[in-house]
Design a protein around this ligand. Structure first.
Ligand SMILES: NC(=O)C1=CN([C@@H]2O[C@H](COP(=O)(O)OP(=O)(O)OC[C@H]3O[C@@H](n4cnc5c(N)ncnc54)[C@H](OP(=O)(O)O)[C@@H]3O)[C@@H](O)[C@H]2O)C=CC1
Ligand SMILES: CC(C)(CO)C(=O)C(=O)O
Length: 310
């Protein structure tokens, strides 16, 4: 199977790297700066599950031609429109697109651009970052990827994807409930991103500061929206999320908080704003999520103003 990984950042670099070290035919669709970095240093990943330092084949958008079997989408939501344009020549009649972005709204954009038949459900659980030197740093010991047909069917193409990931040093599973799982991840992630960005602290520090009720309140708001959409987290998953999101001493924080601390762009509208939009449609009051979104939008406004001044 020929795999095209869009973006060699934290997620694309990590999971693409695991496929590369397994000997899978992998190419990274990158932009010029990352192409130069990869040409000079190869793909470098540090991880508790074993480091990777391998030459990586890259392609720029203008050189992309023939269709690929699997497109692994590892860009941020704010880059999705441009990434879809770039990757379009790689999508032929049989191409599968496996997006690993947080949230749900990207599915609508991908369906509209390529047709729903091309688009699988997918998610990943990992904490990783791409540092200034171009090294993908895996920050915890979780590296799970899940994928499946969005209608819950079993298919030959999902078996083929599973066969590819079964060769890689990463945890993976094919799921008959991938859309439900994506929502459950969104409920968890939106709570984590809203709280850790708003309070600029890890879960453990928020708990130490007396914030358990705020964490629980955010989780309840996110869950109420998921329920209104018909995808409320299942009781055991919700309990597990509550335990993780209120654990004393936990160093857990969202990748969005790392982005804020780097002064980088954030997926505010994709991860929190889209939930607010759905809450509004369902007539739900979600004041904590609203405040978290306002905080992120003010951060974006300041970032924009300061970049104009420079
Ligand atoms: N990091 C994490 O721990 C986790 C992240 N996620 C989610 O995964 C998604 C990806 O996040 P993450 O990997 O952290 O993001 P990164 O910013 O680390 O990586 C995204 C990469 O995509 C590249 N890219 C963007 N547009 C294009 C394009 N048109 N062509 C080629 N490359 C492109 C960027 O390249 P360039 O260098 O040129 O900008 C960048 O390297 C997000 O939705 C995030 O929420 C999910 C779980 C955990
Ligand atoms: C929920 C979590 C931490 C797990 O992958 C994540 O997706 C993120 O930080 O963006």
């Amino acid at each position: 199977m020929r795999v095209l990984v869009v973006g060699a950042g934290a997620i694309g670099g990590y999971f693409g790297g695991r496929l590369l070290e397994a000997g899978i035919d992998v190419t990274f669709l990158v932009r010029p700066r990352r192409a130069a970095q990869l040409a000079a240093d190869g793909l470098v990943v540090t991880s508790p599950h074993g480091d990777i330092a391998l030459p990586a084949r890259t392609v720029l958008a203008e050189a992309l031609t023939a269709p690929w079997d699997l497109v692994l989408l590892g860009c941020k939501a704010y880059d999705l429109a441009a990434a879809m344009e770039s990757v379009a020549p790689a999508v032929g009649p049989e191409t599968m697109i496996l997006p690993l972005l947080n949230g749900m709204r990207h599915l609508d954009s991908l369906d509209e651009r390529f047709g729903a038949g091309h688009v699988l459900g997918g998610l990943c659980a990992i904490a990783a970052t791409l540092d200034e030197a171009g090294v993908v740093r895996h920050l915890n010991d979780i590296h799970l990827l899940a994928f499946g047909e969005r209608d819950g069917s079993e298919s030959a193409r999902i078996k083929a994807v599973a066969d590819v990931f079964s060769r890689a040093r990463a945890q993976w599973r094919s799921s008959r409930q991938i859309v439900q799982e994506m929502w459950e991840k969104w409920v968890f992630l939106s709570t984590l991103a809203a709280s850790t960005c708003l309070l600029r602290a890890s879960v453990g520090d928020i708990v130490m500061a007396g914030g358990v009720d705020t964490l629980g309140g955010l989780l309840a708001e996110a869950q109420s929206i998921a329920e209104a959409e018909g995808y409320g987290s299942r009781p055991d998953i919700l309990d597990k999320a509550r335990t993780q999101l209120t654990a004393a001493g936990s160093s857990l924080s969202a990748s969005m908080m790392r982005d804020v601390e780097k002064g980088g762009p954030v997926e505010a509208d994709h991860v929190i704003g889209d939930l607010l939009r759905r809450a509004q449609a369902a007539g739900l009051g979600v004041p904590l999520l609203k405040l978290a979104h306002l905080h992120l939008k003010a951060y974006e406004a300041r970032r924009q103003r300061e970049s104009v001044r420079r």
